[in-house]
Design a protein around this ligand. Structure first.
Ligand SMILES: *Cc1c(COP(=O)(O)O)cnc(C)c1O
Length: 371
């Protein structure tokens, strides 16, 4: 079976982890500061606060911005559950936006129609390796005086024009889960240029311990700390970021070349005027013209030894949220269609080009049966 993801761990990962263990720094330790400093520098941010995962990063970001009950936060419907959990966990109200056909990101043309007097923040989530239209997003944020949270979980090493993803907005977040561009196993980071926001993020990450009297708490936070062992892996991964991005772009090029002869499927765009896709995952979309859903194609690929995953399930269709009364009569037609017809192919940093060619050819073989 060709797995959908295999992380490449062939750099200094083992060496640095051994160093952390030999020195006895297994919780806090020097790799944390090194990873925070080097990662934040790589995305042009003054402060990076490591956390235990990307879900926690979003939660810390919203809590640090003091977003709460009565505030509305706009976000895409086509994203991971983590984004809306952050909004709900601080007691704010989520407001969704459909996706656009061109880059598969949030449709920026629809954002303004969702803005009300209560709108406090916009969460921009870059999807699958191609950034959102940040010029348009920054224009809206400035016009309505909103907070901008940039979820760059899938974007380590990506740029929007000449600016790194993760350098936009009041706060940005990353995930370093095993399938992300660089990984620490589990992990994440919150980044900002604002020193008081950075202090607040550190405070929230660390149970809101304060300097006056330890174990007396003025506010409630969480234990969202990363370990020095994870940061050791992160330092080694960061050294290889450029190589990983190059590898992923080549994966995308090979898939696109082989699959472009099919009229049944569509691939995510390789280029727009502002960015070249880094293919966090290589997604494909089955044409509405044929009677084939992602689920069936995934089963057939599985039988041929090719691992896949479906696209995100839209937030407005999440049973857990519908049960809470959210999004009952709302419609997001593009995301609805994508949720049934989209899947992604093996595309991790440790997937070889031969495995990519084999996956693409097996897919072409299956598609011929339907044309
Ligand atoms: C992976 C991901 C997250 C969550 O990160 P975890 O580390 O898995 O908690 C958040 N947002 C996006 C867009 C992601 O892809």
């Amino acid at each position: 079976m060709i797995p959908v993801n295999r992380p490449a761990l062939n750099g200094n990962e083992i060496k640095y982890v051994n160093q952390a263990l030999e020195d006895g720094w297994i919780s806090d330790g020097p790799f944390l500061k090194k990873f925070e400093d080097e990662f934040s520098k790589s995305v042009n941010r003054d402060y990076g606060i490591s956390v235990s995962n990307g879900t926690a990063a979003l939660y810390v970001a919203l809590q640090a911005l003091e977003i709460g009950p009565g505030d509305e936060v706009i976000l895409p419907t086509h994203t991971i559950i983590s984004c809306i959990m952050a909004v709900l966990n601080v007691g704010a109200t989520p407001v969704l936006v459909d996706m656009e056909l061109d880059t598969w990101n949030m449709d920026c043309e629809l954002i303004e129609s969702k803005i009300t007097k209560k709108t406090k923040a916009l969460m921009a989530v870059h999807i699958f390796g191609h950034p959102c239209d940040m010029d348009k997003i920054e224009e809206i944020v400035a016009k309505y005086n909103l907070f901008l949270i940039e979820d760059a979980a899938e974007m380590a090493g990506q740029f929007y024009r000449e600016k790194p993803c993760g350098s936009f907005g009041h706060i940005s977040t990353f995930s370093f889960y095993a399938n992300k561009v660089i990984t620490t196993g589990e992990g994440g980071m919150v980044l900002t240029n604002n020193p008081s926001l950075a202090e607040r993020c550190k405070y929230i990450r660390n149970l809101c311990f304060n300097n006056k009297r330890r174990f007396v708490h003025e506010e409630l936070g969480n234990n969202f700390r990363m370990t020095n062992i994870q940061a050791a892996i992160g330092c080694a991964q960061l050294e290889q970021k450029t190589k990983f991005v190059k590898h992923k772009r080549e994966i995308g090029r090979i898939y696109t070349e082989i699959l472009s002869s099919s009229t049944i499927i569509e691939c995510q765009k390789r280029n727009t005027s502002y960015s070249e896709n880094i293919y966090w995952v290589f997604g494909i979309l089955i044409s509405e013209k044929i009677n084939l859903e992602a689920k069936e194609l995934m089963d057939l690929l599985g039988e041929s030894g090719v691992g896949t995953r479906p696209f995100f399930w839209p937030l407005h269709k999440q049973p857990a949220l519908n049960k809470m009364g959210f999004f009952k009569n709302e419609s997001y037609p593009v995301a609805d269609s994508f949720s049934l017809r989209g899947l992604y192919l093996p595309s991790g940093t440790g997937i070889t080009f031969d495995e990519v060619r084999e996956s693409a050819e097996k897919l072409m073989e299956i598609l011929r049966r339907f044309s």
